[in-house]
Design a protein around this ligand. Structure first.
Ligand code: HEC
Ligand code: HEC
Ligand code: HEC
Ligand code: HEC
Ligand code: HEC
Length: 191
């Protein structure tokens, strides 16, 4: 019995030590992360030069928690006709013909215990560029924002918040408290 008890107590001590070590270590961030993609897809060429709207490809960003990555069928809306002689477009067309998804490597990823709803931010007028940088100038996407807890909090507390968003929340009469742009209670972002 006492052996079981000491195992349990030992386990608790380990958990406490683990948590305090985690809170002392500096937060690591994947800022700057820019993996090589299976096909070099350029946002500069599509969203910049050819002015294809972000939502044409990331169509769920206003509707749901996640921004969707476009399917190969969306690429083929244009590439059935555009640049069909390009070896890269031939790869896209082959994937589509074989009903095979292109395995895009995920860049931005929060831990599972964090809740982040895209649509709430887009509805409050936070632009994609505030969090993702000038994507329409990037040949290769990289993680622009730190995506740490402090990064979220600075904006929710009204410190790093863009002025259009401050004005939008002011017009709503500060529903989250004076000076606050969005809630800062733990359960807002953690389940
Ligand atoms: C023609 C389609 C298309 C358009 C238009 C487009 N994107 Fe993308 N986007 C993609 C594809 C495909 C990927 C995955 C490959 C990559 O990361 O480059 C992606 C990836 C991303 C990522 C990284 C996703 C991750 O894994 O974390 C962000 C952020 C992003 N896009 C934002 C934008 C913004 C902002 C705009 C408008 C300025 C935009 N995109 C316009 C197709 C598009
Ligand atoms: C709204 C139309 C449109 C959509 C949708 C679109 N593209 Fe494009 N894409 C273009 C245009 C226009 C060009 C530039 C063609 C040129 O340079 O003549 C281009 C160029 C490219 C190139 C460069 C080809 C080369 O050899 O120079 C690649 C690769 C590419 N697209 C991949 C994709 C992928 C992958 C998707 C889907 C995620 C996609 N495109 C979706 C319009 C589109
Ligand atoms: C308030 C900051 C913020 C804004 C505004 C924002 N994003 Fe994001 N975006 C994030 C975060 C944080 C993630 C990582 C989400 C996760 O891992 O759950 C992300 C992830 C993504 C992804 C990868 C797929 C996903 O949902 O995980 C895409 C694509 C994307 N964003 C596109 C966009 C586009 C397009 C816009 C503008 C219409 C936009 N984002 C606006 C912060 C933002
Ligand atoms: C640039 C500013 C900005 C950044 C960065 C930002 N947020 Fe927000 N957030 C807002 C605004 C504005 C709202 C909308 C408040 C409203 O509609 O009342 C919001 C709302 C939310 C909500 C909904 C709150 C509710 O009332 O239920 C959650 C959850 C949330 N944010 C999580 C996050 C997380 C997690 C991050 C970091 C990964 C983050 N936010 C980064 C500005 C930001
Ligand atoms: C606006 C959103 C937001 C709010 C509010 C928030 N967090 Fe977080 N929190 C995050 C994000 C994003 C991460 C993951 C990135 C990181 O670890 O910095 C995180 C990570 C954490 C971690 C893990 C840190 C680690 O070392 O891995 C703990 C513990 C935590 N939060 C506790 C809290 C507590 C306690 C509160 C309330 C006082 C709170 N959070 C409020 C967004 C938030």
């Amino acid at each position: 019995m006492s052996k079981v008890l000491s195992l349990v107590v030992g386990g608790v001590v380990l958990v406490v030590v683990g948590v305090s070590v985690a809170s002392v270590l500096p937060r690591t961030s994947n800022q700057g992360y820019s993996p090589t993609q299976p096909i070099p897809f350029s946002h500069k060429l599509h969203a910049g030069t050819n002015k294809v709207p972000c939502q044409y490809c990331h169509s769920d960003v206003e509707k749901s928690r996640h921004a969707s990555i476009p399917s190969t069928a969306v690429c083929m809306n244009c590439h059935k006709l555009v640049k069909t002689d390009s070896p890269l477009i031939k790869q896209v067309a082959a994937a589509w013909a074989e009903n095979r998804a292109i395995e895009w490597v995920r860049i931005h990823e929060l831990p599972d215990f964090v809740y982040f709803p895209h649509k709430r931010h887009v509805a409050a007028g936070v632009s994609c560029q505030t969090c993702h940088g000038e994507i329409q100038t990037m040949d290769k996407v990289y993680q622009f924002g730190a995506l740490t807890m402090g990064w979220c909090m600075e904006c929710h507390k009204g410190r790093s918040t863009p002025s259009n968003v401050l004005e939008f929340m002011e017009a709503k009469g500060h529903p989250n408290g004076e000076g606050l742009v969005a809630p800062i209670q733990c359960q807002t972002c953690h389940y």
